[in-house]
Design a protein around this ligand. Structure first.
Ligand code: NAD
Length: 257
């Protein structure tokens, strides 16, 4: 598979899954734009490293995915967007009656509304070329629920619905829209939840990982960022031309339970 000549914009990609996706798309030959809301020398260094390792063009563009105009500007500044991967995401865990309203708003903005804005900006560019791929990084929590993650689960179910709608609006135009639904992937977002879980359950790190985090992941293994990136690259390949409006789970069997 070659994605040479294609430009991919990956939101929230200076870390974790987004960075893994950027690497896999670059490995397949795509030029990549990586993004977050910071503007540090390390962010730009990541783009330089991808360009060096894979012989593609890579840029870092700062844009805050909680701000609609910045989401649209990310795509517009790139100028061309053949592949759009909506990956930026945040989490907060609390019972619904204690869930801070500001956290709810932030999660809905970053995890859901950002994809509405980037997609609206990218679709005209894709239609002009008669080819495009939109891949939304949802979650097993886009298909099923757990307690205490109301905003995240609402946003992830929402992005699955958005994916289906975009697929229908773009059908027959060479543009597909799909959602990847990972189970647990050991990234900074998950690392940050481990201390709280240890405290809540009175368990050590290894027990929390095995008994709490991977309790619903029958494989008892984390998915890797390379596996998520590889799934996104597959969805960008010609083999996936007729795959649209659907979800692909990479969850070690979680949603089969
Ligand atoms: P992460 O914390 O490593 O990465 C999140 C990325 O989003 C970072 O690059 C961060 O800088 C960026 N980001 C956060 N707020 C932003 C903002 N306002 N503007 C721009 N960028 C912003 O987490 P991750 O685990 O790699 O998560 C990536 C995506 O995968 C998220 O959408 C998450 O919900 C989803 N996901 C993760 C897992 C998992 O187990 N790690 C499972 C299912 C789905």
């Amino acid at each position: 598979m070659s994605l040479a000549g294609k430009t991919a914009v990956i939101t929230g990609s200076n870390s974790g899954i987004g960075l893994g996706v950027a690497y896999e798309l670059a490995r397949a030959g795509a030029d990549v734009v990586i993004n977050s809301f910071t503007d540090r020398s390390e962010d730009h260094a990541l783009a330089e490293q991808i360009a060096r390792e894979h012989g593609v063009k890579a840029r870092y563009i700062k844009a805050d995915m909680s701000v609609g105009e910045e989401c649209r500007a990310l795509v517009e500044t790139t100028g061309t967007c053949d592949i759009l991967v909506n990956n930026a995401g945040i989490q907060h865990v609390a019972p619904i009656e204690l869930f801070p309203a500001a956290k709810w708003d932030a999660i809905i903005a970053v995890n859901l509304s950002s994809a509405f804005h980037t997609t609206a900006a990218a679709l005209p560019l894709m239609r002009a070329k008669g080819w495009g791929r939109i891949v939304n990084i949802a979650s097993a929590h886009g298909l099923t629920a757990s307690p205490y993650k109301s905003a995240y689960i609402a946003a992830k179910h929402g992005i699955v619905g958005l994916t289906k709608t975009v697929a229908l609006e773009a059908a027959g135009q060479g543009i597909t829209a799909n959602a990847v639904c990972p189970g647990y992937v050991l990234t900074p977002l998950i690392e940050s939840q481990i201390p709280d879980q240890m405290k809540t359950h009175g368990m050590d790190r290894e027990t929390v990982i095995r008994e709490v985090m991977l309790a619903r992941q029958p494989s008892k293994q984390f998915a890797t960022i390379e596996q998520i990136g590889g799934t996104v690259a597959f969805l960008c390949s010609a083999a996936a031309d007729q795959i649209t409006g659907t979800t692909i789970s990479v969850d070690g069997g979680w949603t089969a339970l």
